[in-house]
Ligand binder design. Sequence first.
Ligand SMILES: NC(=O)c1ccc[n+]([C@@H]2O[C@H](COP(=O)([O-])OP(=O)(O)OC[C@H]3O[C@@H](n4cnc5c(N)ncnc54)[C@H](OP(=O)(O)O)[C@@H]3O)[C@@H](O)[C@H]2O)c1
Length: 272
Amino acid sequence: MTGPTGNVGRHVVSQLTAAGLEVRALVRDPARAPEGVEAVKGDLFAPETLEPALEGVESVFLIWPGFAAATAAPVVKLVAAHARRIVYLSADVEDLADDERPTLFHQEIERLIRHTGLSWTFLRPGGFAANTLGWAEQIRQGVVRWPYGEARRALIHEKDIAAVAVHVLTSAGHGGARYVLSGPEQLTQAEQARIIGEVVGREVRWEEMPPDEAREWLLGSWGEATFVDGALATWRSFVDAPERVTDTVPRLLGRPALTFREWAGDHAGDFR
Ligand SMILES: NC(=O)c1ccc[n+]([C@@H]2O[C@H](COP(=O)([O-])OP(=O)(O)OC[C@H]3O[C@@H](n4cnc5c(N)ncnc54)[C@H](OP(=O)(O)O)[C@@H]3O)[C@@H](O)[C@H]2O)c1
């Protein structure tokens, strides 16, 4: 598996190892490898380093870091040469025809994967609740200043994405599925900030940041202008057309999806 130190991957590790399964994790820095896995050093942006991690694996859980698919073609080819099954952590994207230009790297990577002989499953989550960790410092100050406070999202707990990944990796019948994943409820960003405040026992106020100012800030932080503009346009769209809630998590896991308040409770320490 990839991304074992990240938001989703750390839960994939703990849930797979709790189920008693053998896990090999690709890491850039072995010192940061989680407990209980066989850590193998490699870098997705340097495909020539990946062979040792792929030797003898049956299934691959792939997450793609960053915003560009530059080395994805050789990586997917290598995975197909070794494994039988791939579960790819994508995003809530449209299917792309073979002659269409991708607007997001996830579409490009999905297309590469579809063209292999691998049994594939795409996990297509909407917004991660973990994105609100970016407000941690502002929550501590009692004011969240960010654009589109009325944007309504169905944020998902990273534990639920991981649980679906583990379910798909450990059971049959998911080949060719595109699972659109969400949390159980739609909440505005201002409501999310208030809920985090309630959970950590602090009153938190929302202050609207003008989109132009947010764009400057995001450009400095993310770099990629197309990704920044795409994200701002998506957030704006959620003011009038909230992010969709799907029943995929309860349908696959047989229990309700975790709420944003539960997520905030799990992360209270990050906001104190
Ligand atoms: N945030 C959202 O709302 C959202 C929504 C839909 C889809 N997604 C997608 O979800 C994915 C991110 O998942 P996440 O939040 O779990 O990740 P994350 O917390 O950002 O962690 C990234 C992981 O990838 C590893 N990594 C980074 N660069 C690497 C490289 N060059 N080679 C190998 N490993 C590398 C990191 O390991 P080290 O740094 O420890 O080496 C870490 O384990 C992205 O593809 C994103 O587009 C996100």
